[in-house]
Design a protein around this ligand. Sequence first.
Ligand SMILES: O=C(O)c1ccccc1NCC(=O)[C@H](O)[C@H](O)COP(=O)(O)O
Length: 266
Amino acid sequence: MTILDKIVRQKEVEVELLKKQPLPNFSDAAKSIKKIEHTFHNTQKMNVIAEIKRSSPSKGEIDMAVDPVKQAKLYESCGAGAISVLTDKTFFNGSMEDLRNVREAVDIPILCKDFMIDPIQIDHAKAAGASIILLIVAALSDNKLHELFKYATHQGLEVLCEVHDENEMTKAIELGATIIGINNRNLKTFEVDLSATEQLASMVKNPDTILISESGIKSRDDVIQVGKEDINGILVGETLMRSNNIAALFNELKIPITKGGIPNAR
Ligand SMILES: O=C(O)c1ccccc1NCC(=O)[C@H](O)[C@H](O)COP(=O)(O)O
């Protein structure tokens, strides 16, 4: 069984528990948040979705002592375009409480980074103040992917549709996803290969699609590599979480971009 299978099994258990609980009060803090579909287009520098990640299955403990609110404020002040909060407890030591607290502290979009398999999780993410949810194509049947995409969109949420291979990219395009994340990490083997972004980004022909390169990005050279294709942003977790100088790291990662990719990257 792969780690993704294990995570999905655990989510099935959690969903049954969530269905027995009352939905927490809605935070209306996300109402006035601008959509990344608008803000990530036509920016002059690479957009960064900065992640709060205490630990992960592939790396173990990263920063168990992090204060998510402090970290999120720092990310915002350094120019993050959005914040990703890992809300899974069992495998990443996160929580929906983290997301709720971060929502109260920052004014930029927040991605609820979790493994969605049921609309009830989307309700909880929205209630906590998320403006974007993640749908991982590899974790969902075609029917479930369509159902959850439609549900989240009707709830006024943006959807980051995550893919890792050509087959998944085809599904995301057919779904009509407007924000597609190319995960450089294979969630079944943990192998990271930045060329996944280069290979898959060229399949997207709609210039309005927001493309995000996710995982394994550590340096300016990495951004230049994934930016050979016309991407709008990068999602960075571990490197930011381990950094002693987050402001300097943002300067390194926020490379000037134009339509068509990073100038001279090819
Ligand atoms: O990070 C993992 O080990 C992992 C394992 C299984 C499923 C998902 C996993 N990570 C989620 C992510 O997509 C990353 O946290 C995100 O892209 C940031 O990656 P990184 O910059 O490499 O921390």
